[in-house]
Design a protein. Structure first.
Length: 89
């Protein structure tokens, strides 16, 4: 945390779980709306920010649903342009 003063300026790191056990699968999960959840979260009560429609999953009224296979094309369908940037800490 000392090496990332801007990134960690508002708090500390939080242990998270991801649906994928390696980078490729984890990133594909992110694009489908399965973001990492806090390690202590009850997964049955977790509210997803977004995910693809017609997955058969229970959704919350505030969850944004998209009709495409991934978040990038879902945002494009809404008129957004996305830019890919990345990095590993």
């Amino acid at each position: 945390e000392a090496n990332c003063p801007n990134l960690c300026g508002t708090g500390s790191w939080e242990k998270r779980h991801t649906p994928g056990s390696f980078t490729y699968a984890a990133h594909h999960a992110f694009f489908g709306g399965f973001l990492p959840t806090p390690a202590t979260t009850d997964k049955t009560e977790h509210i997803r920010m977004f995910h693809s429609r017609n997955t058969g999953m229970k959704t919350h009224p505030h969850t944004w649903l998209f009709d495409t296979p991934d978040i990038v094309s879902g945002l494009a369908a809404e008129g957004y342009r996305t830019v890919c940037i990345g990095g590993v800490i």
